[in-house]
Design a protein around this ligand. Structure first.
Ligand SMILES: *[C@@H]1O[C@H](CO)[C@@H](O)[C@H](O)[C@H]1NC(C)=O
Ligand SMILES: *[C@@H]1O[C@H](CO)[C@@H](O)[C@H](O)[C@H]1NC(C)=O
Ligand SMILES: *[C@@H]1O[C@H](CO)[C@@H](O)[C@H](O)[C@H]1NC(C)=O
Ligand SMILES: *[C@@H]1O[C@H](CO)[C@@H](O)[C@H](O)[C@H]1NC(C)=O
Length: 472
């Protein structure tokens, strides 16, 4: 809930009710109408938000997903249009992103920065928002129960594969070389895909796979433990980020193990360009200590920080012009069955490595766990350029020989450092491919899951923070 220091609680409640009633007149950005891309006139200096013309987005339903234009997914989140309402009378949210680095100024990519009040647009309140006791108890937004926030999907299809998985004893320690996909897992994957896509060709694929694939073991990681949210009770006066909350490499499960969080919390020591790490991304803008009725934080970070997604327009000018921003990413690709697979630890993701993984046709979402996870690189604030990623030929091999559309990796760049631009371009030239970087795959068992990844609706933007979870 957006707030202003003077707003009494009653008006906050009233506003909630209005928002619950949907009051469309309150907001102008009801979503991106159908097929039409908003025209991004880059809005002049320093902003990558839409201009007035583009903002004439009518409150239309944005439905995505399913082969042949199915209507599997409905987006009920407001895009961050500049005129989103706020509580301050006569004011609007304004643009929330600006270009920090621009190709127009000789950079190899466009890099946007996000800055907004944490209660802007479609958002959630944490218990600590107006209740001091809850705040002191560490009930911040990162402790909200993902089990409550997310329903159960496809569980029924996964149980046979899961039973098989648990019977496969995988020794701890170094990861085996062959990381191929077991037939039973693949069957479950495709069955779930079928349930969501209802695409006849998949039936054929399913049969073919069932017949041809010899069962092979998946490689699994370590054990499970619920993260203890060490409540470091506030990291200094100006930050609402806990200094080291979740700073342990633990499996983060919710709902009795039903949901696994594979998104990194925004710790100040997340790796970022330079030596100092990401630093704090939130600060208290209004504080109860200063007489405000509530604490309101502001978020500010480069959109490619931590766990995030790249849009085609990040590096490819023609896609940018075509309006292929992060808000156009296909929610159908971002949500559905996915395979978490281990890449042999002695190699980058080369063509040869890709081939050795034997990922069958029909698999559309793959999370690649690599040596980066073993080396805990996401827990090391200084960028380590020896991280594992796609080489140019590895990226090309994926395009040419698989049906993979969603590529997830365990470091902040999917492209190996020596192929930083070239491998990025292989994927970003193809708008059908969605690369998700900086996933937290520590201790998650290899196998199939329902993957849910949701970027922020940052119009005109080259990337976005993304929340990804796995549902068993
Ligand atoms: C609000 O922020 C102050 C710091 O200014 C902090 O002491 C207090 O615990 C916070 N309260 C809530 C409810 O967030
Ligand atoms: C509280 O108010 C003081 C004085 O205006 C200001 O310097 C400080 O930044 C404020 N702190 C917060 C957390 O709002
Ligand atoms: C990068 O930003 C500039 C504005 O500075 C814009 O003209 C250009 O189209 C953008 N390119 C990409 C690929 O985003
Ligand atoms: C992966 O490539 C990087 C260069 O981009 C290199 O430093 C690193 O040693 C390679 N890792 C492996 C495991 O081959």
């Amino acid at each position: 809930m957006a707030t202003a220091s003077a707003a009494p609680l009653a008006s906050l409640l009233l506003a909630s009710i209005l928002l619950l009633l949907g009051a469309p007149a309150l907001s102008s950005g009801g979503g991106c109408g159908g097929e039409a891309h908003p025209g991004y006139s880059s809005g002049g200096e320093g902003t990558c938000t839409v201009d007035a013309g583009a903002a004439a987005l009518t409150p239309a339903t944005r439905e995505r997903g399913g082969a042949g234009g199915g209507r599997r997914i409905i987006d009920i989140t407001h895009a961050y249009v500049a005129d989103l309402p706020t509580f301050a009378t006569g004011e609007v949210a304004g643009p929330v992103v600006r270009l920090k680095q621009s190709m127009a100024e000789g950079s190899e990519y466009n890099l946007s920065e996000l800055k907004m009040e944490c209660h802007t647009g479609t958002h959630v309140d944490a218990p600590g928002h107006i209740n001091q006791a809850n705040f002191a108890a560490g009930l911040d937004v990162d402790t909200l129960d993902l089990d409550v926030l997310n329903a159960d999907v496809c569980r029924i299809f996964f149980s046979p594969a899961r039973a098989k998985l648990s019977s496969e004893r995988v020794p701890p320690g170094p990861v085996a070389r062959s990381c191929s996909v077991a037939a039973a897992h693949l069957l479950a994957y495709l069955t779930c895909e079928l349930a969501t896509m209802a695409a006849p060709p998949l039936l054929v694929m399913l049969l073919a796979v069932a017949v041809t694939l010899a069962p092979q073991d998946l490689v699994a990681g370590g054990g499970a433990a619920h993260p203890a949210y060490t409540n470091a009770a506030g990291a200094g006066d100006d930050s609402c980020g806990l200094a080291s909350a979740g700073a342990e490499v633990a499996l983060e499960e919710h709902g009795g193990g039903r949901i696994i969080d594979i998104t990194h919390a925004y710790r100040p020591d997340l790796p970022a360009p330079g030596r100092d790490g990401l630093g704090p991304v939130t600060r208290l803008k209004e504080s109860m200590a200063n007489g405000s009725v509530n604490n309101v934080s502001e978020l500010k970070m480069v959109v490619h920080s931590g766990t995030h997604v790249d849009a085609p327009g990040h590096m490819v000018q023609e896609h940018f012009v075509a309006g292929l921003d992060v808000d156009k990413l296909d929610l159908d690709v971002l949500n559905g069955p996915a395979l978490l697979i281990d890449v042999p630890r002695d190699t980058n993701i080369t063509a040869q490595a890709m081939e050795s993984l034997n990922i069958p046709r029909g698999v559309r979402r793959v999370l690649f766990r690599t040596l980066n996870t073993d080396r805990k690189l996401m827990w090391t604030k200084e960028i380590d350029t020896s991280f594992v990623g796609f080489t140019e030929d590895g990226a090309q091999w994926l395009l040419d020989n698989t049906d993979i559309k969603l590529v997830g990796v365990d470091y902040i760049s999917f492209a190996a450092f020596d192929h930083l631009i070239s491998a990025h371009l292989v994927f970003l030239n193809n708008p059908a491919i969605i690369p998700i970087e900086g996933l937290k795959l520590d201790h998650v068992k290899a196998g199939i899951y329902m993957l849910h990844c949701l970027p922020l609706r940052l119009i005109g933007c080259d990337g976005s923070p993304i929340r990804c979870i796995l549902i068993k």
